[in-house]
Design a protein around this ligand. Structure first.
Ligand code: ASP
Length: 302
């Protein structure tokens, strides 16, 4: 029977009403009490590094999770992280890049409703996560609502619905049937030696381009090494912002362009606005999600 480490970090899945709104209170051990069937799937060990609403999770806590997994590589067959859903996509992307070529399962899950509440998705998501961790999946993935989503493609698209996550710009990595059978769609092995990639860059900012954006905001961004501009459609820089963006690039800040569209990719060759942006030195982020782009910058890949 496989040995899986459950890392409980809080989130709705662990929440109880506090009198001042939902707040995480259940430990990993307490979450498992709701899942007696788990004994048939695997042997679970528990760690509770912190218990917070994922709104409050910092990069250093995300790094702590990556370290915990890396340092326990030999001890367990896989890892399941119970996490708040709101910022789960950022954690999934960062772990995906920090645990390069990881050849054991790292599954991140959460729930839209607290464990034990009638109609909650917590029980199913947890059981499914342990199931996926036991069938030979390797690398970082989110498991929610019967879907397996590779770590660098996870996006939360709904604030309340049970089916709140999508695999953006990539097919689902797998599904879990109602009877618990896991169907993986892609070969699980990534190849290459597992490697811990540490965070090397924290001087970045993301700015969404909106109509009439004050150009002086872009001047202010010179203090950052890297700026991601969330542009429109296939990408480009509005003519009224060209001068300030050009100055920003000449000052040494690297400028990347992503798209506000949820799906599809940046194509700076298609339109004149895109070509002008490229000519001044802006770099396309292609089909990356913003979460993935941030993690790539943090890990020094771009
Ligand atoms: N606010 C919660 C969190 O992200 C929402 C959830 O877990 O679904 O921690």
């Amino acid at each position: 029977m496989k040995h899986i480490l459950l890392i409980a970090t809080g989130g709705t899945i662990a929440c109880r009403e506090s009198g001042r709104g939902l707040a995480p209170s259940l430990t990993g051990e307490e979450l498992l009490e709701f899942l007696p069937e788990i004994r048939k799937i695997c042997r679970v060990f528990v760690d509770n590094p912190f218990s917070v609403d994922s709104t409050d999770i910092t990069t250093s806590q995300r790094r702590e999770l990556a370290m915990m997994i890396w340092e326990n590589y030999d001890r367990y067959d896989g890892f399941v992280i119970a996490h708040g859903t709101d910022s789960l996509a950022y954690t999934a992307a960062l772990l995906y890049h920090m645990l390069r070529n990881f050849n054991k399962p790292v599954i991140i899950t959460g729930a839209q409703r607290p464990m034990g509440e009638p109609g909650s998705d917590a029980e199913r998501n947890m059981l499914d996560s342990f199931r996926v961790a036991c069938v030979g999946w390797t690398g970082v993935a989110a498991v929610l609502h019967g879907q397996v989503i590779r770590g660098n493609h996870v996006v939360k698209v709904h604030s309340k619905a049970m089916n709140a996550f999508r695999s953006i710009n990539a097919p689902l990595a797998g599904t879990i049937r109602d009877d618990g059978k896991v169907l993986l769609n892609i070969p699980p092995r990534l190849g290459g030696e597992p490697e811990f990639v540490d965070i090397v860059d924290s001087s970045f900012v993301v700015l969404k381009l909106v109509p009439d954006l004050d150009p002086s905001i872009i001047e202010f961004l010179r203090r950052y090494d890297k700026v991601i501009l969330e542009g429109y459609g296939a990408g480009g820089i509005p003519i009224r912002l060209e001068k300030v963006v050009q100055k920003l690039i000449l000052s040494g800040t690297k400028v990347y362009i992503t798209t506000q569209c949820l799906e599809g990719e940046v194509d700076l060759h298609k339109y004149a606005v895109g070509r002008r942006a490229e000519a001044m030195g802006a770099v396309s982020l292609g089909h990356r999600t913003v979460e993935d782009a941030i993690a790539s910058i943090q890990c020094g890949e771009i």
